[in-house]
Design a protein around this ligand. Structure first.
Ligand code: IP8
Length: 262
C-alpha cells in the first residue's frame, strides 16, 4: 500500500473457485492468489478481503454434512476440526502472498468470533487498521451446534455495516460475470452487464461439490448490498487489470448488480 488513504473502503470477495482448484482436494491456484494480492497492493483504498473455501472447505464439509449441523450417528467432530485447519492453511497462502506484495494485512478466522450461519450470524465484525482478511468457515451455532458460514454472508455484513464502504467486488473464477446460460453454453453475448433480482438466469451450481450457494447466493447477497446503496460488481478474478479497475471504481467488464428493476 502506498501513499495516503484516498477515500473509503472496498470489500472484495476472492471466490473459492478462483483461488483453488475446486475438484482437487486442498489445492491452491497460487498464480491467481499472487495476481489478486498484487492487485490489492496497488490501491490506496482500505480493503476488506473475504475469501471463499473452494477445495479446502466444500468437499469435506459435504462428505460429513457439516452445513446441516450435528447429525446423530455421524462422526463429524474430526471433520469440523479438519475443515477449520484446512481453511487456516488456505488462509496462510493468502496472507503469505499479501505479505509478499507488501500488504499489511491481518486475518480473523470466523470460528473465533462469529456464531451462527446465514446473513444474520452473531459477532462483532473485526476490522484491522490495514487490510482485514476473513473467510468462509465452520462456526458454532446455537441451534445445530455448528454450521457453515459462507464468505458471501460475511461480505454482505461488512459491506452494509462498515461506515465508509464505496463498493463490493465479487471476483469469481472462469467467467466474466453473471451469464444468461451456464458457462459451457455461453457466448460473449451472454454476459449480463446489469443484473437485478427480477432478471432470471440459468445459474450453474455444483451442488455435488458446494455446500453453500454458488453464483445464486452471490447474486442474492449482491442485491442486498446494492439495496443498502453500495455499488456491487461481479468480475472475472483471473484478469488482474479488471480487479484493479473494479477496486478503483472504474468502468470494467463484469456484471453490475442493482437491487431492483429501476
Ligand atoms: O466458499 C464456505 O465458504 P464460501 C466455507 O465463501 C466452507 O461459501 C468451510 C465450506
Amino acid at each position: 500500500m502506498c501513499g495516503i488513504n484516498m477515500g473509503g473502503t472496498v470489500v472484495i470477495k476472492w471466490g473459492g473457485g478462483l483461488i483453488t482448484f475446486k475438484d482437487q482436494l486442498c489445492t491452491v491456484n497460487q498464480e491467481v492468489i499472487d495476481e489478486l494480492a498484487e492487485a490489492c497492493s496497488k490501491t490506496d483504498k482500505r480493503l476488506v478481503i473475504v475469501h471463499g473455501a473452494g477445495s479446502f472447505g466444500h468437499m469435506k464439509a459435504k462428505k460429513f454434512r457439516l452445513a446441516e449441523g450435528r447429525i446423530d450417528g455421524l462422526s463429524q467432530d474430526e471433520a469440523v476440526e479438519d475443515v477449520r485447519t484446512d481453511m487456516l492453511k488456505l488462509n496462510k497462502y493468502v496472507m503469505d502472498s499479501l505479505a509478499k506484495f507488501g500488504v499489511s494485512a491481518k486475518s480473523y478466522p470466523p470460528h473465533e468470533w462469529a456464531r451462527g450461519t446465514g446473513p444474520k450470524f452473531k459477532g462483532d465484525l473485526p476490522v484491522f487498521d490495514g487490510v482485514t482478511v476473513v473467510f468462509g468457515d465452520v462456526v458454532e451455532d446455537d441451534e445445530q451446534e455448528f454450521g457453515i458460514l459462507s464468505g458471501d454472508d460475511i461480505i454482505l455484513r461488512y459491506a452494509t455495516e462498515l461506515p465508509d464502504v464505496e463498493r463490493a467486488v465479487f471476483a469469481i473464477g472462469g467467467v466474466d460475470g453473471i451469464l444468461r446460460v451456464p458457462p459451457a453454453r455461453a457466448t460473449p453475448d451472454d454476459l449480463i452487464e446489469v443484473w437485478h433480482p427480477e432478471l432470471e438466469f440459468e445459474g450453474e451450481h455444483a451442488s455435488d461439490i458446494d455446500v453453500t450457494g454458488g453464483i445464486g447466493l452471490k447474486a442474492a447477497r449482491g442485491a442486498e448490498i446494492s439495496s443498502a446503496g453500495i455499488d456491487v460488481i461481479l468480475i472475472n478474478g483471473e484478469r488482474p487489470g479488471r480487479v484493479i479497475d473494479a477496486i478503483e471504481g472504474k468502468s470494467v467488464i463484469g456484471t453490475r448488480i442493482i437491487s431492483g428493476n429501476c
